[in-house]
Design a protein around this ligand. Sequence first.
Ligand code: 13P
Ligand code: SF4
Length: 309
Amino acid sequence: MAFLKDKIQQLKEKKNAIILAHYYQAPEIQDVADYVGDSLGLSQKAAETNADIIVFAGVHFMAETAKILNPSKTVVLPDLEAGCSLAESCSANDFSEYIKGHPDHVVVTYINCSAEVKALTDIVCTSSNALQIISSIPKDKPIIFAPDRNLGKYIMAKTGRDMLLWDGSCIVHEAFSIEKLLKLHQEYPDYKIIAHPESEEHILKTATYIGSTAGMINYVKQHAHQKFIVATEAGILHKMQQEVPNTELIPAPAKEDNTCACSECGYMKVNTLQKLYDCLKIESPQIEVSNDVRDKALIPIERMLELSK
Ligand code: 13P
Ligand code: SF4
């Protein structure tokens, strides 16, 4: 693996490439990345990079957002199968019909959706800035929020805004078992539960802190003397442990027993270090977005980036 990491490093320099990775990527991928972050941080990095090639170690909608922000750059994804259950829940055709039925509504979409859905959107948000984005919309304007119903419900509870919610969800965050979580917390009462807002309401009710992946990492850094049960994709533990080496962390338990007894994103985990090397070497698979979709999708992404400065 060290050999492969060296080869990636050399090739990256030769080709003036940047590797952007999400916190849910495998540890060895995070460790070769130039930047590891949440969806907002990754979009901000993609918007400001001078690299010629962006290797996106994440899922398709993230790489697509990077391409929308950088139409003249080459954007590669290690495996095109790296999708997202949220993005898949919301086809552009169905969404277009839905918003036609509510023409007076402001359309807000979570960044976890396709470029075509973003092209139908007024403003994009991530879990880092969702509360801020929704609060920026005048109170008399009705809102459609898509595609994550759990994040939508959380925003409604926090802001007091009523919104029409698309019925999508993240399979990873819906896999947490409330029974197992409460039992675990009884066994470890001195641990605090922290959770991602894609989780279901009953999980969020148990949490001391709710936030994006970057928010959760910051919270652990700021409370380094405490111990945590972490309710999000288990890949985040790698960066948390690196940032706060002595902290004690337990991943929240999943309903189904699997290899890690936690919840892992199968989409994120199709990327491997070997595939990352290969896609940088052969500059494929590349992400493409048509000019028409790109022009429309850029507007709500730029609105979000402007409001998040
Ligand atoms: P953030 O990293 O922006 O919190 O998003 C989590 C997620 O599920 C990404 O797919
Ligand atoms: Fe999509 Fe959930 Fe995987 Fe994130 S963790 S990419 S929201 S399926």
